[in-house]
Design a protein around this ligand. Structure first.
Ligand SMILES: Cc1cc2nc3c(=O)[nH]c(=O)nc-3n(C[C@H](O)[C@H](O)[C@H](O)COP(=O)(O)OP(=O)(O)OC[C@H]3O[C@@H](n4cnc5c(N)ncnc54)[C@H](O)[C@@H]3O)c2cc1C
Ligand SMILES: NC(=O)c1ccc[n+]([C@@H]2O[C@H](COP(=O)([O-])OP(=O)(O)OC[C@H]3O[C@@H](n4cnc5c(N)ncnc54)[C@H](OP(=O)(O)O)[C@@H]3O)[C@@H](O)[C@H]2O)c1
Length: 440
């Protein structure tokens, strides 16, 4: 029987669940190559999930077993678009599955958004997670007053990381240079602002409750902003959120070093400042026929830093169909084009937890297996990469990077691992040097 050869582009949850669904099925013999632009696997599990959420991060143990399954190969440091084209992949594989996630921030579209001091949560998350695209000196928390726009789980993550002490984060994998900068943080007040009401916030109850348990920060809300006329129509989860937010409006503050205010019914209209951020002008809102509209009442919150946490978005891959409206790859049950498929955030947009990608990947794999023809492609990726002087990071190399991170944690007397920062450090740890001008 001829083996079906599939390339998966991206090694986040969607890519690895796709690999798992392909090799677990029993009809066709399958070989899967998982290509990844970074030297490391696991996508947002490594560079998104908050460092203090260690139990969620442990999903990497499950993903690891997939990469260790016979028939699955990890090839790091290989970027579609920079190192390989779609045509290259189609010449080497019977089918290609794009799982490149959503790497960039959505924009607010208000004046002042680009002022120094106005930053994307995407970059801040990448920074504290030690992503090689963001150097450790990218942020210093000199700001005393911070406004975070958005009330989703990412906003909750960034607020929690800013509110905690560096000591509380010592046992995590936060890079040492980042930890030093967090220890020197001057942040005193954080305002997290939602443009609709508490019943519309996107954060989940477990994550919200954690803010109320912060040791280093008083958390409060304003009674008028968390009042909800009719609680009976709300789901249990949303009712839970509203109950927690209401209870914070009655809380006595305890003079903790930091203060977090969770605000609602305020939309940003301008980020103020001359040469850098000085505040945010917000307009009070209400709902009209389900739409957020301004009331004409304005409020300014002074701020030294504004963090925009209004969602992620995917980027188009050269040669791959892309809908600029939804910022996803148009597809029917995962099929994007002849022999080309898509899964994960690139397929359905940047929503959903890690597990959501499993059923999503399963749908794509069902579509793929129903029509893929083994033996369609005859070229070999290894030959093509060798001809271009490219030598991918192997799974064994990745294990060496992991071992170096564990050993760094030991030498610093910190947790199980401390992230190495930058490609050179990672490639050095596995006995390779970064290629000059190599993949980003
Ligand atoms: C900050 C943050 C925190 C989160 N925390 C949680 C949480 O605690 N719990 C939870 O359940 N969910 C969480 N999520 C959601 C979860 O991370 C996503 O559902 C999931 O990661 C999406 O998987 P994906 O594989 O589609 O994308 P990703 O995880 O982003 O993986 C995409 C991969 O593709 C690679 N790639 C991109 N472009 C290329 C290219 N051109 N060539 C090769 N490779 C490429 C990327 O480097 C990356 O490794 C969080 C999300 C964010 C943003
Ligand atoms: N612990 C976890 O499980 C965890 C952690 C992190 C992330 N995640 C998941 O990852 C996904 C992405 O999270 P996310 O927080 O980036 O996105 P999100 O859940 O979509 O939240 C985005 C927030 O930004 C607001 N927003 C959007 N545009 C705005 C604008 N122009 N002005 C003001 N506010 C605006 C949204 O308000 P509106 O609702 O009014 O649009 C919403 O409050 C989610 O599915 C999330 O659950 C999970």
């Amino acid at each position: 029987m001829v083996t079906l050869r599939v390339a998966i582009v991206g090694s986040g949850p969607a890519g690895i669940y796709t690999a798992e669904a392909l090799v677990k099925q029993s009809h066709d013999p399958v070989e899967v190559d998982v290509l990844e632009r970074l030297p490391t696997p696991y996508g947002l599990v490594r560079y998104g999930v908050a460092p203090d959420h260690t139990s969620i991060k442990s999903i990497a143990g499950y993903l690891r077993r997939v990469l260790e399954t016979p028939g699955v190969r990890f090839l790091g440091g290989v970027e579609l678009g920079a190192d390989l084209s779609v045509d290259d992949l189609l010449s080497c594989y019977d089918a290609v599955v794009y799982c490149t996630g959503a790497m960039v921030d959505r924009h607010l579209g208000v004046p002042g958004e680009d002022l120094p001091g106005s930053v994307a949560a995407t970059d801040f998350v990448n920074w504290y997670c030690g992503h090689p695209d963001v150097p450790p000196d990218a942020f210093s928390l000199d700001a005393e007053e911070v406004v975070v726009i958005g009330v989703g789980n990412v906003a909750v993550d960034v607020v929690r990381i800013m509110a905690k002490t560096a000591d509380e984060l010592r046992g995590t994998d936060v890079p040492e240079e980042v930890l030093d900068r967090l220890a020197a943080s001057k942040v005193k007040r954080v305002h997290m602002v939602g443009r609709r009401g508490p019943e519309h916030a996107k954060f989940t109850l477990k994550e919200l409750r954690e803010l109320g348990e912060l040791l280093n920060a008083d958390v409060l809300t304003f009674p008028d902003e968390v009042a909800v006329a009719d609680m009976t129509t709300l789901s249990r989860q949303v009712r839970g959120n509203v109950d927690v937010l209401r209870s914070w409006s009655e809380r006595k503050t305890a003079d903790r070093p930091r203060r977090l205010e969770v605000r609602f019914w305020l939309r940003p209209v301008e980020i103020l400042g001359v040469s850098r951020v000085e505040g945010v002008r917000l307009e009070r809102t209400r709902l009209e026929n389900g739409r957020v509209v301004g009331t004409g009442d304005f409020e300014t919150i002074p701020a030294d830093m504004v963090m925009r946490s209004v969602g992620y978005q995917s980027v188009a891959l050269p040669g791959v169909p892309f809908d600029p409206g939804s910022m996803t790859v148009p597809n029917v049950a995962g099929k994007a084009a002849d022999r080309q498929y898509v899964a994960g955030w690139l397929k359905r947009g940047p929503t959903g937890v890690i597990g959501t990608n499993k059923s999503d990947a399963a749908e794509t794999v069902r579509t793929l297996l129903a029509e893929a023809v083994p033996g369609t492609a005859t070229a070999r990726l290894d030959d093509l990469l060798a001809a271009r002087g490219l030598s991918p990071v192997t799974y064994e190399d990745w294990l060496a990077i992991e071992a170096a991170e564990a050993s760094l944690a030991g030498s610093l007397s910190r947790g199980e691992r401390v992230k190495l920062v930058g490609r050179d450090a990672m490639l050095g740890a596995c006995g390779r040097l970064a290629r000059p001008g190599g993949p980003s």
